[in-house]
Design a protein around this ligand. Structure first.
Ligand SMILES: [Zn+2]
Length: 389
């Protein structure tokens, strides 16, 4: 069994829901703790020193970046969306360890690190890439600490319970200074590589994207005895908002999604008093995305509350071209956000590799990559280490 296969088999059962078959690996939970322990175990098995940063991201180092200068860092994240697939995140970390196993470490000219970013998906506290946003200063530490999950547990409480002190959240100059170059390998979340006929591709840019909350308020009442004319039903505003998101996105050439709702009191026979909905909107052009959000707000009858916004992120052109040339791989843009995008925006030389996804499906148990394509990804990362370290 190759080291890739062994690591993959180790991770397979962790956080998997027996009903849906999808993964529920949320930040700072017991499941997350198991994944972080697995990461530490893989690092120590290779003699790598694990250094947590102020936000609780884990960095496993070959060599000493404090003494020998900034290193080449690979890696990704281990958390998932609700009922996510096996590849989004873990593929980048497992492939990084497997690639490091293949190179002659004594021949490396600079430190090589493998990063495990905390809370990339934002499934529990609502902010995607929270770990990388915190260390780069893109997420305010007070705001982060006070974010709450569905049960009212704050991020600060969840971190403390998991053994990480939230008092030190904030921009982490020391951690950032250790990163000379960051290359994140990720399963493609689209069919660009299928169309290109290639197993591995290089990222060009990440679309601007954001999340907004719609607070729709009405009046709870009886579903049988309240005349239609007398109702104040926020679910109708939601329906208008969802339809507007679709039609507006079509008109503006973007995508827009309402994928999460909270309904109070959430009873079949009760007119809702409150509907809270979350809108995710992305596109190649930031102004078009903003127009969609405004139109959705208009249809909903409320101003969308912006929870996060990430402008268009271009990866480093010279690095992108070098990766594409070294790997003889096509270059493609993506609508998905990544920690690599956050680091790139913070001024770190950053690039991304994608591994072919035969259906393009992601954030679903059906997400997939063929074993041969995963190995092509490990090959690619191996060549990246040899070329850049
Ligand atoms: Zn991911």
């Amino acid at each position: 069994m190759s080291s890739f296969e062994r690591m993959w088999a180790d991770l397979e059962p962790v956080g998997r829901d027996s009903g849906s078959g999808g993964y529920r690996r949320y930040a700072w939970t017991g499941t997350d703790g198991v994944l972080r322990e697995w990461f530490r175990g893989e690092a120590s098995r290779r003699g790598l020193e694990v250094v947590p940063d102020r936000a609780g991201n884990l960095w496993a180092w070959h060599g000493d970046p404090d003494a020998d200068g900034p290193g080449l860092v690979l890696g990704s994240h281990l958390d998932s969306v609700p009922d996510g697939g096996a590849f989004d995140g873990p593929l980048g970390i497992v492939s990084a360890f497997a690639a490091l196993d293949r190179v002659d470490r004594s021949a490396l000219s600079r430190p090589v690190g493998i990063a495990c970013f905390a809370d990339e998906e934002g499934a529990r506290f609502g902010i995607a890439c929270a770990g990388s946003r915190l260390i780069t200063g893109a997420l305010d530490p007070d705001r982060a600490r006070s974010l709450t999950d569905e049960d009212g547990v704050s991020l600060a409480e969840a971190m403390s319970a998991a053994g990480h002190d939230p008092a030190h959240l904030g921009r982490d100059e020391e951690a950032l200074a250790r990163v000379g170059t960051f290359v994140e390998l990720h399963v493609e979340q689209g069919r660009g590589l299928v169309d290109a006929g290639a197993a591995v591709g290089v990222a060009d840019s990440i679309w601007p994207h954001g999340r907004w909350r719609l607070d729709l308020r009405g009046r709870a009442d009886h579903a049988g005895t309240t005349r239609l004319a007398d109702r104040d039903d926020p679910m109708l505003n939601l329906a208008a908002a969802v339809l507007a998101a679709r039609s507006s996105a079509e008109r503006h050439g973007t995508v827009a999604t309402v994928g999460k709702l909270r309904v109070l009191p959430n009873g079949v026979n009760a007119i809702p008093s409150e509907v809270t909905a979350w809108l995710d909107a992305r596109g190649a052009d930031a102004d078009e995305v903003r127009s969609v959000v405004a139109e959705v707000g208009k249809a909903a009858g409320t101003a969308p509350v912006e929870e996060s916004w990430t402008p268009s992120t271009a990866f480093y052109v010279a690095l992108r071209d070098r990766l594409a040339e070294t790997l003889d791989a096509p270059v493609l843009a993506t609508g998905a956000g990544h920690d690599a995008g956050i680091l790139s925006s913070a001024g770190i030389e950053t690039g991304m590799l994608f591994v072919r996804n035969p259906t393009g499906v992601s954030h679903s148990p059906a997400e997939h990559a063929e074993p041969d394509d995963c190995l092509a990804g490990v090959d690619a990362l191996t060549r990246v280490i040899e070329a850049l370290a």
